[in-house]
Structures are given as structure tokens and as C-alpha cells.
Design a protein around this ligand. Sequence first.
Ligand SMILES: CC(C)(COP(=O)(O)OP(=O)(O)OC[C@H]1O[C@@H](n2cnc3c(N)ncnc32)[C@H](O)[C@@H]1OP(=O)(O)O)[C@@H](O)C(=O)NCCC(=O)NCCS
Length: 162
Amino acid sequence: MIRPATPGDLAGIMALEHASFPTDAWSEAMLREELASRHGWYVVDELGGRLVGYAGLRAVRGSKDADVQTITIAEHARGRGRGRALLGALLDEAARRGVRDVFLEVRADNPVAQALYTSEGFLEIGRRPRYYQPDDVDAVVMQLDLAGRAARDAAADAGVCS
Ligand SMILES: CC(C)(COP(=O)(O)OP(=O)(O)OC[C@H]1O[C@@H](n2cnc3c(N)ncnc32)[C@H](O)[C@@H]1OP(=O)(O)O)[C@@H](O)C(=O)NCCC(=O)NCCS
């Protein structure tokens, strides 16, 4: 079940953060700030009363741009559509906020996340060499045209091929 994150979720989020991003986890202070920000929107995914995922969007009020800040699913719960559902929740919120373009950075050595983003319509628009430290891994910068996504979804619902 996906629901908005609350400050009470911070401990569970931190546990997932360290498990999923062992070399470059965000600090508790950073995530506390993210959860409290009016420009952010974080969701958690619960399974059997336990936190198995979370994701965050940054969409500054009044801006046409937004960023996917983070997304992760606990290892044991991956591969069953939960990551896609979390990403969908972020994109739906971005649309509600009137966002036109959504951006994100993903590690160049993370083909699973890249496949998820590509399948949702994100396109690679650049690379940031050695962005992830201390691992020395490039970032792939991706962009999604949210209006284009909505049009594609509407066409798919109507059974129109493109
Ligand atoms: C990336 C992540 C969130 C995906 O979550 P998930 O629940 O496993 O993914 P889903 O089951 O929703 O699958 C969505 C798509 O991801 C891709 N994918 C998922 N597992 C995959 C695998 N083992 N190999 C290749 N592609 C895979 C596929 O494109 C899949 O779509 P499909 O099922 O239609 O083929 C998850 O793997 C994760 O938490 N990874 C560690 C943290 C991380 O890398 N976060 C991204 C930071 S940018």
C-alpha cells in the first residue's frame, strides 16, 4: 500500500536508505529536511505493516520542473511492480502540481533503474562524469515530458497505436 510519508517513517526510511545505497546513503538530517519540505513529496510503500519502499519528488511550488529525488524498494520485494507503482505515484503528484518536465539522475551502472525510467518515457539528455563519489561512477541525466506521457496514456486507454 502506497501512502504519503510522515516524520514517523524516518527510521524505516533510513534503514532502507542504508541497505539500498550502501556507499552514498543520504544522512538522516537530509532526509528529515526532505520530508518536512513543502516543495517535496515523499511516499512510502507498506507490505504487511512493514515499510518496503519509499520515493521522493521535489517540485518547487509554481515551477514547471520537478526532480525524482530517490526511489527504492527493499531487496526482497523487488521485481513485482512496486518500484513502477512508486514512480507512478510521484509522476501523478507532479502532474497535479502542474509540472511539465521531470528530471532525474541515475547511476550509469544501474541498468535496472534505467530500464524502469525508460519504460515510463524518460529519455537520456546527458551525463555527469564521476558524479557519484566515492564510487567514481557517472550519472545519466534523464528527462520526462509529462504532458507527452499523459497523451500517450490517453491514447493507450483509447486503444490508439502510435
Ligand atoms: C530500481 C527499483 C526501485 C525498481 O523497483 P522494482 O520494484 O524492482 O521494479 P518493478 O518490479 O516495478 O519493475 C519495473 C521495471 O524495472 C525493470 N526491472 C526490474 N527488475 C529488473 C531486473 N532484475 N533486471 C532488469 N530490469 C528490471 C524492468 O524494466 C521493469 O519493468 P517490467 O517488469 O515491465 O519488465 C529497485 O530495483 C531498487 O530499489 N533498486 C535499488 C535502489 C535503486 O537503484 N534505486 C534507483 C536509484 S536512481
